[in-house]
Design a protein around this ligand. Structure first.
Ligand SMILES: Nc1ncnc2c1ncn2[C@@H]1O[C@H](COP(=O)(O)OP(=O)(O)OP(=O)(O)O)[C@@H](O)[C@H]1O
Ligand SMILES: [Mg+2]
Length: 246
């Protein structure tokens, strides 16, 4: 992602209509530069997921503008947004969202299948992505044969197999214990620092947010605080990467 992703102009997003309309986001003015690592925090119901859905081009704001690499996303058709997502964005979810009874390899290949890549291109790219998350040798395991942390690593491999400019992660460590959470954060940090991928992550946990270099706090659908993290974690805690090979 060159240039800026801007989400501004009193960006507002509502659910429902008329008097029943609920404004999940109000007066949002947010500029994100390529290469940033942003943690989005805030209480339950404060609009974090709504904002992520707009940033991820899954939804459009009911009022205001969202520019992604200069494109006015709010005026794109559903298909154009889908193409933009396939080309530039990778998603990681709290619940991993892997296909059951489907191997890690096939799960990771899925975005490439949608893109029309050949079987051999898919196989090579998926193997490379799985190796990069420490899961070389686990290609043929299905989600039920993998731990939660391993399943989330498969989901990260799936998110990066298309070489996206931006990875959006909504509570990626929400279902994991502390140690596994730090492993996932080390991976996301590596994507950002080593591969230059912009990372936008929602988290409730301050221990995980400290990996980001910028923290945006939502309260009641507004940005209450947007500041640089004075002490970001810049490398994985010792021993973590070595342990990650299984
Ligand atoms: N599909 C929907 N229809 C109607 N209201 C919705 C919908 N999705 C979210 N909302 C409402 O919008 C507001 C913001 O919700 P959102 O999911 O963005 O919060 P959040 O900050 O992600 O919360 P959490 O930490 O619990 O995930 C809430 O009041 C929620 O009830
Ligand atoms: Mg949410």
């Amino acid at each position: 992602m060159r240039g800026k992703t801007r989400f501004f102009g009193g960006g507002t997003s509502g659910y429902g209509s008329g008097a029943a309309e609920l404004l999940a986001l109000k007066d949002i003015d947010l500029d994100i530069n390529a290469g940033e690592f942003v943690a989005i925090m805030g209480p339950s119901g404060s609009g974090k997921s709504t904002a992520m859905n707009i940033l991820g081009c899954l939804d459009t704001p009911t009022a205001g503008q969202y520019l992604f690499k200069g494109a006015h996303v709010e005026s794109l058709s559903r298909d154009q947004r889908a193409r933009l997502r396939r080309r530039y964005l990778g998603f990681v979810f709290q619940g991993f969202n892997l296909l059951a009874r489907t191997s890690a390899q096939e799960n990771v290949e899925l975005p490439l299948l949608y893109r029309g890549d050949s079987a051999s291109v898919r196989r090579t790219a998926a193997a490379k992505a799985l190796t990069s998350v420490g899961l070389g040798g686990w290609e043929h395991h299905t989600p039920s044969e993998l731990s939660g942390g391993q399943q989330q690593r498969v989901a990260i491999a799936r998110a990066i197999v298309t070489e996206p400019a931006v990875v959006l992660a909504d509570e990626p460590t929400g279902n994991l214990d502390t140690e596994r959470s730090h492993e996932i954060m080390a991976l996301l940090l590596g994507l950002n620092t080593r591969q230059g991928i912009t990372v936008l992550m929602v988290t409730h946990k301050p221990d995980m947010a400290v990996y980001a270099r910028r923290m945006v706090h939502f309260v009641d659908g507004r940005i209450a605080k947007d500041a640089a993290n004075p002490h970001p974690i810049t490398h994985a805690p010792a021993g973590l990467t070595a342990e990650m090979s299984t």
